[in-house]
Design a protein around this ligand. Structure first.
Ligand code: HEM
Length: 192
């Protein structure tokens, strides 16, 4: 009897191959107690701002919208900009090596890996949103970017995951992008 080997879905590979990086970020954010005080939360929002400012050109890329039709409405950059204003925070200087040109010219398959990290982080945001609410922030003040997408967290993630698994995407390029995205976030967390 012959067995048919089913290839591992790309979404499962992305999860497995970035699990250690995700755990490190989670551990670091927890160790720094970023959700333990208003000051910690301000550092977290600054961090999120830097990451989402970088990804803004990716969410606006029409080539990527061919893969994810509602891509623009998934972009949280406007929300996080409003959170920064709510908290009275100034925009940090942008990393010149990773400016808008770098992100606008990412190869499509690699850019999908970056989007995996940004979209997947909306799942963990379910927990973070509750912690932010304990500090007095909400979907209308200070924690706008942690609120679910209009479609809801579950359906929004499922649609993205189905796109990953049902589209011909080069897994190596995509995983490479996701690993770079986690490393990028880790650098911001470690950096000045
Ligand atoms: C303390 C901080 C964090 C916590 C507690 C946390 C927690 C979680 C949890 C519980 C899930 C799984 C949810 C589920 O399966 O329903 C998840 C998924 C995910 N998170 Fe985080 N997260 C944190 C920070 C981050 C950050 C900073 C990023 C990236 C910038 C990130 C990226 C992701 C990704 C990509 C997934 C999807 C994993 C998958 O493929 O299923 N997380 N997070």
């Amino acid at each position: 009897m012959s067995e048919t080997l089913t290839p591992t879905p790309l979404s499962s590979r992305l999860r497995a191959e970035t699990a250690a990086q995700h755990q490190q970020l989670d551990d670091e954010i927890t160790a720094r107690n970023l959700f333990g005080s208003a000051q910690g939360y301000r550092d977290f929002v600054r961090l999120q701002y830097r990451f989402h400012r970088d990804l803004d050109p990716v969410y606006r890329n029409p080539q990527l919208a061919a893969f994810i039709p509602d891509l623009q409405s998934r972009n949280r950059f406007t929300h996080i900009t409003q959170d920064m204003a709510d908290l009275g925070l100034d925009a940090p200087v942008q990393d010149t090596r990773h400016g808008p040109e770098f992100f606008a010219s990412l190869p499509t398959q690699t850019a999908i890996g970056w989007l995996y990290v940004a979209e997947g982080s909306k799942l963990g945001a379910n927990i973070l949103d509750k912690l932010a609410q304990n500090l007095g922030y909400s979907a209308t003040f200070g924690a706008r970017h942690l609120a679910p997408d209009p479609a809801g967290r579950g359906p929004s993630w499922l649609a993205f995951k189905n796109m990953l698994d049902d589209t011909a995407i080069d897994p190596d390029a995509c995983i490479h992008g996701a690993r770079d995205a986690f490393a990028h976030m880790a650098r911001y967390l470690a950096g000045p």
